[in-house]
Design a binder for this molecule. Sequence first.
Ligand SMILES: Nc1ncnc2c1ncn2[C@@H]1O[C@H](COP(=O)(O)OP(=O)(O)OP(=O)(O)O)[C@@H](O)[C@H]1O
Ligand SMILES: [Mg+2]
Length: 503
Amino acid sequence: MMAHGATVLAARGISMQFPGTLALDRVDFSVRAGSVHALVGENGAGKSTLVRILAGIERPTSGHLELDGAPLHLASSRDATARGIAMIHQELNLLPNLSVTDNLFLGRERVRFGVVDRAREEQEARHLLDRLEQRVDPRTLAGDLPLGQQQAIEIARAVAQDARVVIMDEPTSALSAAEVAVLFRVIRELKARGVAVIYISHHLEELLEISDSVTVLRDGRVVAEAPAHGLGIGWIVEKMTGGAAITGGAQPAAGNTLFSVRGLCLRGELQDVSFDLRAGEIVGFYGLLGAGRTPLFESLIGLRTPERGEIRLENRSLAGLPLGQRIAAGLALLPESRQRDAIVPALSVRENVLLASRRGLCLSPADERRRAGELVRDLHIRTAGLESPVTSLSGGNQQKVVLARYLLTSPKVLLLDEPTCGVDIGARGEIYQILRQLAARGMAIVFASSELQEMLALATRILVMASGRITAEFTAGEVTEEALVAAASPLGLNPNGGSSARV
Ligand SMILES: Nc1ncnc2c1ncn2[C@@H]1O[C@H](COP(=O)(O)OP(=O)(O)OP(=O)(O)O)[C@@H](O)[C@H]1O
Ligand SMILES: [Mg+2]
């Protein structure tokens, strides 16, 4: 058991120079036992870089680390693990072809008489998953689990290591409200055991709920540090941006019916889903994880084949058409797992933005470059240049690159699955603004989000899904958070007492 309140891990004067970018500039940061330290900042501020250094993944250009007041040299992440520093990654790090158990015990297998003790590992895995309230068979392949559960497995892995410092880089971005509540219970449990937790998130409300102290990074520098108690979101945003936050209400929609869906059924996942979309509308699909939003979007674009149902775009039936023809007809889908499905790591920022237009649009190379440059500017994508490798961008900026690509194809109906997952609060405002402009020019936009605040800020109409069905419909003006949460519950009840809904 460690003494609560003692400084465990510290960064002293850490700088990190990447080609073209000074990611960290003489950063001092320290964490205490039994305490949760939030690290906030805009996309590209340097948060991931700092914690990657603390976790031994990268070596700083200058400065040093301390553990219990003594200099600490980390040559690798293995070193960090051995010293009790565990990290949960922003990009999921599980091996998809291994079971949950194998992932949990990778590198520290339970061995008995020279062979891996599978029975014991499975029993421990079950115990751990129970504690995290995850109903997952430990024999399942990690790659077969939904994103939220994969994230939970990552957290389980860090918990299993009995670490003194646990670093969580955007742990909740793929989690539903109920799962976030579970995660927070786990974090409180870690705290009570004297663990120091470093917590990075763009969900500022959640962050304030769980943190004891907040450090704000801007352009690689620590610009503010304060106890979390009594802090407001406004203060954080002001420090993050050096200015004011961007907000905006939804605008009313008009136009003709552009897209209609009737009686869509997908075995076990969608039940008799019907809705219409008019040009200029921004329709939000709200629901908990597993409500059916992703299967719905994938069925619409042609990645899944529903048993029954009709899909019409401008009165033309899309049923039976393959993905490519649906895209050509004017449909586009921004997928949920963009790091996995959409970023091409070997290519530059410009090439990643232009990927889709190569197939559909006919722009000259000069026009392409100009449009890509405009989008990079409009979405505030922080990059050393258009030709930089896309992998040199921070997580949130990579998300914005993929969004830019879909905006460039100018579809008639744009489907967005969690469009601002991992995107900072300022850039969210920019993205909402751009989507509103596109809608005003006649595009119909459909988005899925598990964030109430996003629903209320962006949607002109909200459809709620639960257990594969549409359970309620609201217009922007009449909706309340309570009504949304109630309609999203599989039982028609609010499972969280209203307080842990995501905002
Ligand atoms: N390997 C790299 N090569 C070049 N530049 C890099 C590299 N890794 C990070 N950077 C740059 O360093 C800066 C900080 O990136 P970092 O990933 O730390 O940001 P972040 O605060 O975690 O952002 P986000 O909220 O988007 O995850 C960014 O400008 C990024 O482009
Ligand atoms: Mg990051």
